[in-house]
Design a protein around this ligand. Sequence first.
Ligand code: 4NP
Length: 156
Amino acid sequence: MINILFVCLGNICRSPMAEAVFRKKVREAGLEDRIRIDSAGTGSWHIGKPPHEGTRRILKQYGIDTTGMKARQVGAEDFRDYQYIIAMDSSNVRNLEAIAPSGHGAEVRKLLDWAPNAGVTDVPDPYYTGNFEEVYKLVDEACDTLLSYIREREKV
Ligand code: 4NP
């Protein structure tokens, strides 16, 4: 199994959006039995909560279901369980590095590494900006390229 974890700060806005968008693309590619997808936050405030209303609304608009999704906090064990840990911004990467066990084998990258022409390298946080549409477009574009990258790397 190929395991991919999307990470943001609260796990209610950006990383659940990336999780749901990526899952849809994986399903459309017929790879749902090969690729496992989850998301988590570096913070603990929203553990157990569903995605933010703005994330739910924009995903529904694009025909993507969020039923049953619940926020959780990222932990050291995730570096053992996931080969790809995809952060939304640079501060998420710093927070991940602070809890990463030494010698872990996970590839920790920023999502917008797969959207080099986006004009930004961090996914803006819609919890503060209110702009969920902008985030959806960035996430959707980057997830297409990320899936191609993983298919190439993993030969699936
Ligand atoms: P996210 O957005 O990291 O994209 O889920 C945030 C959600 C909640 C908070 C910050 C960012 N918060 O401070 O509660």
